[in-house]
Design a protein around this ligand. Structure first.
Ligand SMILES: *Cc1c(COP(=O)(O)O)cnc(C)c1O
Length: 230
């Protein structure tokens, strides 16, 4: 299937999930995860009115941004961030979904150029994924949110999670429900206007919509399988 056909199919899945769970379709955004895929694939998606792209690897992303600088795209950084790479992330992205510690947020804050709008931030929380080194522990999340929300040049928007892959729909829902509850807790305890849940990938899109996802990060269902597993 072509990328255009894939996008039609994904949009239909999102529409149907929105309807099934009484979600407002306008609040469910599609982030096309283009890691490992060439600039030409992004052009195909853009031709279908996809404007938001997620990348995990900084150098790969910067190369594609150069190749595509004739298009008006919004770039989201969704991969692990090393502290020596924060400057390039702060300069070249509109969103960062994968902030999981204060040091990274402080660096992004001080390195975000004055001429750009505030950098949109999601805090990555480690739900269910014991093996993953990425993500803030749920117990430490409120304190991290409090500190990040006070940093200039950043706009804290909400939470991101990558639960351990699982095929069980009830378990998927359970994991995403925890993320949603953490967001609600932060909103209440810190009185912050957070509006973002970045959750749901190709294999668990429906459960994520059911639990309030506002950014679905979809790679495989749009661009096909990746050559290597990441
Ligand atoms: C690769 C990746 C995705 C997309 O995963 P698919 O299963 O291909 O849809 C989403 N989010 C993150 C953080 C990723 O690294």
């Amino acid at each position: 299937m072509s990328i255009a056909e894939n996008i039609t199919k994904v949009r239909k899945q999102i529409r149907e999930a929105a309807q099934a769970f009484s979600r407002e379709p306008a609040k469910i955004h599609l982030l096309a995860v283009s890691k490992t895929k060439p600039a030409s694939a992004i052009r195909e998606a853009y031709a279908c009115q996809i404007t938001d792209f997620g990348e995990n690897y900084l150098q790969e992303a910067l190369t594609k941004q150069q190749e595509l600088n004739d298009l008006k795209l919004t770039w989201h950084f969704i991969g692990p961030i090393q502290s020596n790479k924060t400057k390039l992330v702060a300069e070249n992205f509109t969103w960062v979904h994968s902030v999981d510690r204060l040091k990274i947020a402080e660096r992004l804050s001080s390195q975000r150029p004055e001429y750009l709008p505030d950098l949109n931030i999601c805090l990555q929380v480690n739900i269910s994924n014991e093996d993953s080194k990425s993500g803030c522990a749920p117990e430490q999340l409120v304190e991290l949110a409090r500190q990040v929300s006070q940093l200039p040049r950043l706009k804290l928007r909400g939470l991101m999670a990558i639960p351990a892959p699982c095929d069980d729909y009830a378990e998927q829902q359970h994991n995403f429900a925890q993320v949603r509850q953490l967001l609600e807790q932060i909103i209440i305890e810190l009185n912050l206007p957070l509006d973002t849940l970045s959750m749901g990938m190709t294999h668990d899109l429906q459960a994520a919509v059911a639990q309030g996802s506002t950014w679905l990060r979809i790679g495989t269902a749009i661009f096909g399988e990746r050559q290597y597993n990441n």
